[in-house]
Design a binder for this molecule. Sequence first.
Ligand SMILES: [Cu+2]
Length: 113
Amino acid sequence: MAKSYPRRDVIGGAAASAVVLTTSPLLAAEPNVHDIAIKAFKFEPDLVQVHVGDTIRWTNHDVAPHTATADAFGWNTAEIAKSETAEITVIEGMETSFFCTFHPHMKGSIEIL
Ligand SMILES: [Cu+2]
């Protein structure tokens, strides 16, 4: 006649270890999203500090359309209409100065850390 014994919770112990690993501070930081508002014909803030892999997101709060365009046209959000957003992903060596093609006095900078 078979006798039943209580089982040790070995699987539960392994799962607990896995949780510790995924929360290790040694893992690389998650990519961040950096918001730039376009308001009253200005980029706010006009300087963002970012890491490669981060996203920069512009939101146009003006009625007029705007763009965020690299000074030498290496990247470009194209037209951002009222209340719309546009994003770019930060890549190594990308241009770090940008302006609005419709309003060239609007300028902004990216600092890649
Ligand atoms: Cu503009």
